[in-house]
Design a protein around this ligand. Sequence first.
Ligand code: 5AD
Ligand code: SF4
Length: 475
Amino acid sequence: MQNGELKLRFVPQTELDIQKEYCKKVAALLNERYGKKPLACVVTYGCQQNVADSERLKGMLFEMGYGFTDDRFSAQLIIFNTCAVREHAEDRVFGNVGALKKHRAENPGTIVACCGCMMQQEHIARKIKKSFPFVDLVFGTHVVHRLPELLYKTLTSQKRVFETPDADGVIAEGVPVLRDDEKKAWLPIMYGCNNFCTYCIVPYVRGRERSRLPQDIVSEAKSLADSGYKEITLLGQNVNSYGKDLEPRVSFAELLRMINDLPGDFRIRFMTSHPKDCTEELLLAMAECEKVAKHLHLPFQSGNDRVLRAMNRGYTRSRYLSLISRARELMGDSLSVTSDIIVGFPGETRQEFLDTLSLIEEVRFTSLFTFIYSPRKGTPAASMPDPVSQEEKGRWLRELLDAQERISAQNMKKYSGKTLKCFICGRGRQPGELEARTDGNLIVELEGDESLIGSFKNITVTEPLTYVLKGRLAE
Ligand code: 5AD
Ligand code: SF4
């Protein structure tokens, strides 16, 4: 890629300055209209990338003078940041937006906005336009940085605002961020996806793969570490292809090493990895970088080669298995491997499903995220013959979950009596309890004072349960 092309992907400074001006205009308008600090409620669905986007939405809203609430009925602005990856997520959004109809009718000054992956699909934006007339503002994934301008338009015109341009995508540096947590941070390193797995809507709604410059990422990581952040999670749909679009090229493994070299006591995590681009170089960097958590989230989706081909995944079962054994060779027992699986891909037979089941028996993952296939309009898989009933797919999923439950419980036993360095990340489920995370991202619950939240501590496991470990502070 030429430098000129590279520059085109970045939102120019002049455009960002215009948005800053709009921030001031909105702030003045809000002051006039409400007389006190108005409240915004940002409701986020879906993946961590969406959580990170919402932190940027909140950063801009903060600059515009908004305070924040989790109670949508006391907010003057409600934004739904939506997810399109499965139908279930979309149904929840429609349900929750629909539930605001009466409230919005009784409070005409309240603004209801929808953004995110769902809105980037034409048929969804159309449905909102037609069937949800009380939604004031709809904007897509490529114009998030223009929220100040779009909100200003919504506040000043009598018309509804719809802005969902189709695009390959841009990178907006320097957008303000208001982080949800003071110790754990999400750090996007790239956006979009080029893989076009045949079931997946993401490449259509998030545009082409584009990497942030390494110096921008490293300086953000440095300022996070300097201000006391203890866990930094690097985000991308396929972090293993980071930097392929940069000139000069920088690999994800090199980026990991740069961040690992920053001073400070913090842990680096990353997600999501794609087996097709998972290299020896990356596994070595993981093994050698002391700050990088020994946790590999490597979605395999299916254990059958025909299904993998139909999904356009770009690897085989045996390649996946050899990656896992190489990773374990390098990182040993300390490595935690997790994965995503789709059950009931169109045309998948019982026999092919059994290959997925046998793969989880073979790998013995720490934990799994399992999904029943959900047709996504406009993707190739949505028009493939899909003869297996939902009930049957549900039974397969249950088999998978039962097997994984047994495997997880067995895996957890090996931690009994062990002392592990854990990050205490928040309150536990029971009063007086804290929740901590091991390097491999396992949950440990322990009794302790809330002042420990946000620190690393050695914790001895006293009782391994199926999904969580019970522990106590080590002497
Ligand atoms: N149906 C079911 N699951 C899906 N995923 C992505 N698209 C679909 C779909 N259409 C799952 C994949 C992916 C995870 C984030 O969501 O397993 O890894
Ligand atoms: Fe979707 Fe595949 Fe891209 Fe992941 S790698 S976002 S599953 S297309």
